[in-house]
Design a protein around this ligand. Structure first.
Ligand SMILES: NCC(=O)N[C@H]1[C@@H](O)[C@H](n2cnc3c(N)ncnc32)O[C@@H]1CO
Length: 148
C-alpha cells in the first residue's frame, strides 16, 4: 500500500464520472464532500496487500493515527487514489481494505470521511506547508519484501 498524507486547510471533492464499470454505489449526498482542517490520506492499495489485508489495514490505521496526533488533526479524509503505484490491488479487495481503514479510524476520536471508490473526482486541497504537512508511507504485509 502507498499512502500520500497531506495536512490541508480543507479537502473537497466532487464526483464527475465512473472510472470503473461497477463503481461503489453512492447516495446523492456522497457526490460531493468537504472537510476542514483535515489530514487527507490518498491511498493506493497494492497487489501485495492482498496477501494479508487485515495486517495492512492495522498498519495503515496506526500510521494515520500517529500522523494525525503529531499534527493535531481531528479530521481524516480516506481518499481512494489509484496513482501512487503500478501494482494495484483488484478493485474489490481495495474497496474492502479502504472501508476497513475508515471503520477502524472511526473507532477512535477522529472525525472520518471516505471519498467514493471507482469514480473520477474533481478535488481541491490547500496544503498547509509546515514540515509534517506532506508525508508518504509504504505499507506491506510482514514477510513481503518491497520491490523498489
Ligand atoms: N483519482 C481517481 C481514482 O484514483 N479512481 C480510482 C479509485 O477510486 C478506484 N481504485 C481502483 N483500484 C484502486 C486501488 N487499488 N487503490 C485505490 N483506489 C482504487 O477506482 C478508480 C479507478 O481506478
Amino acid at each position: 500500500m502507498r499512502m500520500l498524507l497531506i495536512h490541508s486547510d480543507y479537502l473537497e471533492y466532487e464526483v464527475k464520472d465512473k472510472a470503473l464499470k461497477n463503481p461503489e454505489p453512492i447516495r446523492e449526498e456522497q457526490k460531493k464532500g468537504r472537510l476542514e482542517e483535515v489530514l487527507a490520506a490518498f491511498i493506493s492499495v497494492e497487489k501485495v496487500d492482498e496477501t494479508n489485508p487485515d495486517e495492512v489495514v492495522k498498519k495503515a490505521v496506526n500510521e494515520i493515527k500517529d500522523v494525525a496526533s503529531h499534527i493535531k488533526a481531528k479530521n481524516v479524509f480516506v481518499y481512494p487514489f489509484a496513482h501512487l503505484s503500478s501494482e494495484l490491488a483488484k478493485p474489490d479487495v481495495a474497496l474492502e481494505i479502504l472501508k476497513k481503514i475508515e471503520e477502524r479510524l472511526k473507532e477512535g476520536d477522529l472525525n472520518v470521511k471516505r471519498a467514493p471508490f471507482g469514480y473520477y473526482k474533481a478535488f481541491k486541497l490547500s496544503c498547509k506547508g509546515h514540515p509534517l504537512a506532506e508525508l508518504s508511507r509504504t505499507i506491506v504485509p510482514s514477510g513481503e519484501a518491497k520491490a523498489e
